[in-house]
Each structure stands twice: as C-alpha cells, then as structure tokens.
Design a protein. Structure first.
Length: 532
C-alpha cells in the first residue's frame, strides 16, 4: 500500500494505491468510520484492507466495497492503468476525499419475490447495518424496523465514552438516507408479542406486523443490582441517550474543584471505566469493583493496573476488590442517594452513582413466545444466525443477532457483547437473506475502548476462557501488546500505541496463521508473519 497526494504534493487530498497479485488498485485513503489512514492498516492477498483503529474492512479488488463493520460506506474506487513503468490513476478531485454511499434499489419495492418482507425488531447498529447490506446486495423487498428508541440508529459507543446525550450527534444515518433506501422505521414502538406460527408481531402502537424474514435485534439491558436503596434517585445505568442526559444533569459543570460532586462508579470494566474517563474533570470519582484491578477478567492484572495508574493520575480513586452492601438516602433529600455502603463497613458519600455491572440479553419477549434460552439468557442460532429451534417449523425465517445470539464456530462458542459484533451480524444475515448463499459467520471479534490511549482488542473466544497471558511492552506507559492463551493457542490480543498489530493479529486468526504460545513467548512478532 502507498498513499499518494492528489493531484499534487500541495494538495490535502490523497489516494490509496495498492498492488495485489501484480494488479494495481486506487481508492479513497481513509476509513469511512472515523477517518483512520488505511495505509497504516493491514492488506491481505485477497485485497482486503483492515483499518488499524477499529477493524472496519474493505476490499480494493471489489471496487472498495465494505466487508466488515463498523464502517458504513464503501471506499471510492478509481480507474488505474499502467504501461509497465508508470501507474496512471484517473480520478475526479471532487470525489477523491468522499466515501461511497449505498445506492437505493434500482427497481421499485416488490411484493412477490421469495422472502419479500424483512421485519427487524430493534433499532441499534445491527439493524442499521442489516438495512444497508440488504440494499447493497440487491434486495428489493420491503424493510421495516421496529425500535423502542425515539430516534434513528446511533453510535451507542459514544454514550459511555463521552456521555453524549444529543441523539442528532450520534445518528449513523439521516431520515432522508433511509427514505432513499426505502426502509421504514417505526420509532418509539415496542414489539409486545411474537407469534412464530403465524409469522406475526404485535406492536405497542396497536398494529400487527407480518414477516417473511424476522431479524431479532433486541440487544441487552443493564444489570440492576438487587440491593436495598438501588431505586433511589441519582443512581444511574448507562445504555441510551436519556441515561447520558440524566448523568450530565446530576454532575453539572463545576468551575471549581470544591464544587465537584461525589460520584461513585460501580464496576471496573468497560462501561464503568469509560464513564470514569468521561467524568474525570467534572466530579470527584471513586470506582468500586469486585476485581483486583480494572479489566482484570478480560485483560489481566498487569494491563488493568497500568490503566488504573492512568485514571489515578486524573484524580480517580479506586476501592478494589470490594463488595457492595446497600445504598442510603441523602439527609437533604430522602428520595435521592446520599451514600454507598460496602460490606466491610466503608461508607462512600455519593451525590450520584453510576452502575456499570454488565448487561443481560433482552430476550423476555422471545421466552414468552416459547423459545428456550441458553444459560446466559441468549438464544441459540446456527452458523448463519438463524434461530435453530424454529428452522423449518413455521412460516418465515427467524434470525438473531448481537447481544442475544449464541452460536458455535470452528474456534469454539461465539457470544460477544459488543456493538461491532452486532453490526457484523446484521451484515451477515442480510447477505444470507438477499442471496440465499450459506456462508457461516466466523469473523474474529474486534472491539476498542478509550483509556488514556486507544485500547484495541481482537479475540476468537470468550474473554474469560484464557488461562495464561504474555505482555510485550510496558503497561504502566500504556504502550504494550498483550497475548491471551488457552493451552498452546493464542485466543485474543490487546494493545495500546502499537498499531496495526491487533488488526494484523485479527487477520492472522481469520486465516489460521497466528503464532503459537511458545513462538510469542520466544519473542516472535505477529507482524513478521506475512498475510500474503
């Protein structure tokens, strides 16, 4: 890969020139998610480029088409010729910096074709990617999305990372865009009853919807702690824009340190630690968690303690490990929380409490409809994410994605609660519906977090299943690559300030070329293993 200024050295516009199996390709140079320079990413011999920041993938050999979320748009592709000594790129300067949006259906919506109706329950990222991928794949049936949210799909990751409460600043697409794709969103509405036998769904607005294909994208809801006082005001969970709005209102915008509120954050993993960073300059923070170090279950204590030191430098205090006892009311306002009590007798003053104790699959609706659930309350699907219990038994097909879906892969059980996983599930289901091609879902999960530096993570199995780890670098400086093993196999990796190593590892895992545990411990770098 090479980045070329266009049309001259003085121009800010650039193109990405790649050479794959002797053939040249030219595309726009930035990831369509957050604008990462793709030249710093990873290129495989199939022409697949993986973004170094968040794992979005594009294929230069297929006109820059998007392959993996979280990006939505494809890359621009430009005509290339060579005479053996020079390479010529034919591009319009006005379009070089732009990305390529999905096109609207080339024909009017049809009611007759096989599987002509898609109904999606849930309006998150998985639904958004499913809608767009259906149209990208040439699907011309009707698409409807039922969402309990009052707004169109947004970037939920910004809620915990920055406590953004304006839905307009989170939207992935506009209403005009979805109108162009002829996709109907039924907002502020819930599905109240599923009838798989008749392929119908009752809605809270009194209507009844039918489907040929049903995509269950109901997501998850925050875990509520079964403790006395948990229903007091100013005790918050973090899931939607209303939660961010309420937390911001409770904390305020103090001008002096003496005016800062006492905020206790319960939970020392992703949600809790992201909220801690978002509030670090606004409040006096104390993080309470059951782990010995932040993220220790997923990332291990060396990494967790390095991240802890960063947060402590911002003034955040930690009580780890600790167990909560109960919450008590404020003396000034008996309806509002005033203190957090720990089982060892410690009492923490609290003007507000943010609980980040994990989430549970939102599958009560599915259970009421007769589905048997897994132990974690998710629903079992096959390798194309179709619900196994319902296959071939009723009219229509039913799929599940994201936080509610569990399925087996060659690498083991797959159940990852991350925004980006749901997005890729949506794309995969859409591909299956639109083409009837059976391509098992086997993507390596990639996720990220802002913790002083950008944390990247790629893994092939449940994070809690690793039995050994190895760290290259210095976690105290937030510059490292950490490897997680199960037996002799590398099952996950995380990094800070080491791009594009995690993107490279994710591709090695996908291609079954990842190094062994012993090779890693002997000091060999994954970047030394060629992808082509």
């Amino acid at each position: 890969m090479k980045e070329i200024p266009f049309p001259s050295e003085d121009s800010e516009s650039k193109i990405l020139l790649t050479k794959v199996k002797g053939q040249y390709f030219a595309n726009s140079n930035k990831c369509t998610h957050y604008g990462a320079p793709l030249v710093k990413g990873v290129l495989t011999e199939s022409g697949r480029i993986t973004c170094p920041w968040h794992g979005a993938c594009f294929n230069v050999c297929s006109n820059g088409d998007i392959e993996d979320a979280p990006g939505l748009n494809s890359l621009q592709a430009f005509k290339v010729e060579t005479d053996g000594s020079s390479v010529y790129v034919y591009a319009d300067e006005a379009t070089v910096a732009n990305s390529r949006e999905p096109t609207a259906p080339s024909v009017e919506i049809q009611s007759a074709p096989k599987h002509a109706n898609v109904l999606i329950i849930g309006g998150g990222a998985g639904a958004a990617h499913a809608v767009e991928a259906l149209r990208e794949e040439g699907y011309t049936g009707s698409i409807r999305v039922v969402s309990k949210e009052p707004h169109l799909p947004g970037d939920r990751t910004k809620i915990s990372k920055a406590l953004i409460s304006d839905p307009n600043k989170l939207l992935l697409r506009s209403q005009a865009f979805y109108d162009k794709l002829k996709a109907q969103f039924i907002l502020d509405t819930e599905a109240t009853k599923l009838d798989f036998a008749s392929a119908t769904v009752e809605l809270s607005n009194g209507e009844q919807a039918t489907y040929d294909n049903l995509i269950l994208a109901t997501g998850a809801f925050p875990t509520k702690l079964p403790l006395d006082g948990v229903d007091l005001a100013n005790i918050f969970t973090v899931r939607g824009v209303k939660d961010a709005e309420a937390i911001n209102a409770a904390v305020g915008s103090p001008e002096k340190d003496d005016d800062k509120k006492n905020v206790v954050i319960v939970g020392s993993s992703f949600i809790g630690m992201e909220v801690a960073l978002a509030l670090a300059d606004k409040a006096k923070l104390t993080v309470v968690g059951m782990e010995d170090a932040p993220f220790s279950k997923i990332l291990g204590e060396p990494i967790g303690n390095g991240i802890r030191k960063f947060h402590e430098s911002k003034g955040t205090k930690f009580i780890l490990p600790a167990q909560l006892s109960h919450f008590t009311a404020s003396e000034q306002d008996k309806s509002r929380v005033g203190a957090v009590h720990l089982k060892d007798g410690t009492v923490l003053p609290a003007d507000a409490v943010v609980i980040g104790a994990g989430v549970k699959p939102a599958t009560d609706l599915l259970k009421a409809a007769g589905l048997s659930l897994e132990k974690n309350a998710s629903v079992k699907t096959d390798d194309v994410l179709e619900v196994e219990q319902l296959k071939g038994k009723h009219k229509g097909r039913v799929f599940a994605l994201g936080d509610i879906a569990t399925f087996d892969t060659p690498r083991g059980p797959n159940y990852v609660q991350h925004w980006n996983v749901a997005s890729n599930h949506g794309r995969a289901i859409a591909h299956h519906i639109a083409t009837d091609k059976r391509e098992p879902f086997d993507k390596v999960a990639i996720f990220w977090s802002a913790q002083g530096q950008q944390l990247r993570y790629a893994g092939t199995t449940k994070a809690s299943e690793w039995d050994d780890m190895h760290v290259a670098g210095n976690p105290d400086e937030l510059k490292f690559v950490s490897y997680y093993f199960k037996g002799d196999q590398v099952v996950a990796a995380a990094s800070m300030q080491s791009d594009p190593v995690v993107a490279h590892i994710s591709e090695l895992m996908r291609l079954d070329k990842m190094l062994s545990k012993q090779e890693i411990k002997d000091g060999k770098s994954p970047l030394d293993v060629k992808l082509a």
